[in-house]
Design a protein around this ligand. Structure first.
Ligand SMILES: Nc1ncnc2c1ncn2[C@@H]1O[C@H](COP(=O)(O)OP(=O)(O)O)[C@@H](O)[C@H]1O
Ligand SMILES: Cc1cn([C@H]2C[C@H](O)[C@@H](COP(=O)(O)O)O2)c(=O)[nH]c1=O
Length: 218
């Protein structure tokens, strides 16, 4: 049975790498995929992984009907044995419905990859719809880690290393961008306390923090 599978995880946990591996393994066996992406850091029409691999992809536009796109491709004699959709959190809920139709009406497997929640730990609308519709939600096995060593489960947005909680839901960016707007993956505790690696380091050195003996005397 064809399936709609949602591979989800935090930023930097290997989603795009897995998408490229699925593409590689299937194309090595003569299958032909249709690869969609949206707002990849490598630029328009690219699906890229931090391991340095990149492939061409169809850049999904705002109101694009993804089901109609696949049907149009097939009706022109093209092949689509499977569909990959990376950065699926950026897709509209209607586009996720269209991907589900690709599975149900065309009998084609759809593998979607994306982060579930944004920097405020709220669901992206596209990811919410995926959780609602997917046959399977697979959490990636490679764990991204918080600076404290715990499993990272949340995405923080940072400016100069400090976590921020105001701003647009979508701001394309990367982890390890300490200067400007960047992202850092954190465990829930440190996300809720807004403690990034930089602020934890600064906390240790901060003159505002009471020395340990001063605390124990109170
Ligand atoms: N220099 C490196 N050596 C080995 N693995 C790396 C290196 N850089 C990145 N990675 C791996 O790549 C993962 C990020 O892969 P990527 O597919 O870009 O993530 P995602 O799409 O989930 O944001 C990291 O979690 C890490 O496992
Ligand atoms: C948390 C969060 C992330 N984004 C952006 C930042 C990146 O461009 C992508 C995630 O890509 P990755 O391959 O999973 O690293 O999403 C955003 O726009 N808003 C957010 O809240």
């Amino acid at each position: 049975m064809p399936e709609l599978v949602f591979f989800s995880g935090t930023m930097d946990c290997g989603k795009s790498t897995l998408a490229l591996q699925i593409e590689h393994n299937r194309s090595a066996r003569g299958l032909q995929g249709m690869i969609f992406t949206r707002d990849d850091r490598a630029g328009e029409g690219k699906l890229s992984s931090r391991l340095g691999l990149v492939t061409d992809a169809v850049e999904v536009e705002d109101d694009q009907d993804m089901y109609a796109y696949v049907v149009d491709h097939l009706s022109k004699g093209g092949r689509a044995d499977y569909v990959i959709a990376d950065e699926a959190q950026f897709l509209a809920p209607e586009q996720i419905d269209q991907l589900a139709r690709v599975v149900d009406d065309l009998g084609i497997d759809v593998f979607a990859f994306g982060i579930t929640t944004d920097f405020r730990s709220k669901l992206f609308p596209g990811s919410q719809r995926l959780v609602e519709l997917a046959d399977r939600v697979e959490v990636l096995q490679v764990e991204a880690l918080c600076w404290c060593g715990a499993r990272a489960t949340h995405n923080a947005r940072t400016i100069g290393g400090r976590m921020v909680v105001e701003g647009a839901q979508v701001v394309v960016g990367d982890v390890d961008q300490s200067e400007d707007i960047g992202y850092e993956v954190l465990c829930r505790r440190h996300h809720s306390r807004r403690t990034t690696a930089a602020s934890a380091r600064a906390g240790v050195l901060s003159p505002d923090v009471l020395p340990v003996d001063a605390v124990s005397r109170t």
